[in-house]
Design a protein around this ligand. Sequence first.
Ligand SMILES: *Cc1c(COP(=O)(O)O)cnc(C)c1O
Ligand code: SF4
Length: 344
Amino acid sequence: MKRTLRTPAALVGAELAPVSQYPALERVAARYAVAITPTVVDLIDPADPADPIARQFVPDEAELDERADERDDPIGDDAHSPVAGIVHRYPDRVLLKLTHICATYCRFCFRRETVGRAPALSREALESALRYIAQHREIWEVIFSGGDPLVLSDRRLRAVVARLAAIEHVRIIRLHTRLPVVDPARITPALVRAVQAAGKATYVVLHANHPRELSPATRAACARFVDAGVPMLSQSVLLRGVNDDPETLGELMRAFVECRIKPYYLHHADLARGTAHLRTTIEDGQELMRHLRGRYSGLCQPTYVLDIPCGHGKSPIGPNYLRRDGKRYRITDYTGRRHAYPPA
Ligand SMILES: *Cc1c(COP(=O)(O)O)cnc(C)c1O
Ligand code: SF4
């Protein structure tokens, strides 16, 4: 059986990185977690030096290049963490971070300073987190984040879901995961049952960034959720050299919709350390969104969002189609032409 690659030596051995980069990659790996599952290795074309899958997962010496605006905690989770494992930024929902482990580590991860290193939530810390949720009646939704919550055992997931299901005011359980892409065999019927509870709605949000990630095995894994009555949404990160061209982004959104996954968020890449080579400008992102709106089904439209540093939350960042022009509005259509619209 093939193993997950976890060291620069293993990457060089698998011909995913050149020997000449080895010393630099040792420095990258000492700083940030590295793991590439056999499924992801199979998605990579080693003959393509610009392969969009390799770019997301194979460490690069460019990660040693840090910029002044980059931060350890780019979206400000720490500022809103009342107890370990909980991030409570918005009134009606919390993140519950049960683990910091992922099956595969993304080179652009906004939690790259903690993933793969911080310890899992202890039994006592989990009790405090559950107590916090039970005591705050405004919490309508609990979002399993991390790390990747689906690396946990079915037993552990079932136990936490059952505890949440017993809390009357929690109505929605949402899981953010990359497992259907990086380890589709993990999405077993037993796992799909483990994350559901009578009387509560479970949603799964899939993180994928390139249409090739939606392989036949991944599509089948997603179908196991959807067929079981678990609606799916997508989140993608806009990444330079991965999905920042109109056709790739459009095909990615179509692939989601074909899998019955409703495109939800396109994230502008966060200011995580050593990720400048993967970021685009916001203008690039808005131009791509205009292109999607003009040429693809309404089902294929995600919301382009920016997570504001220091914990101020996510805001949609356009493009904006409506402008006030004196007494009237000017509204832009999908081809870019402007039209007047009367005030109320
Ligand atoms: C992103 C995020 C959420 C979820 O936001 P939605 O807009 O509901 O998807 C919730 N809490 C925190 C702290 C987040 O960063
Ligand atoms: S799966 Fe999510 S949490 Fe894990 S490394 Fe990738 S972006 Fe980070």
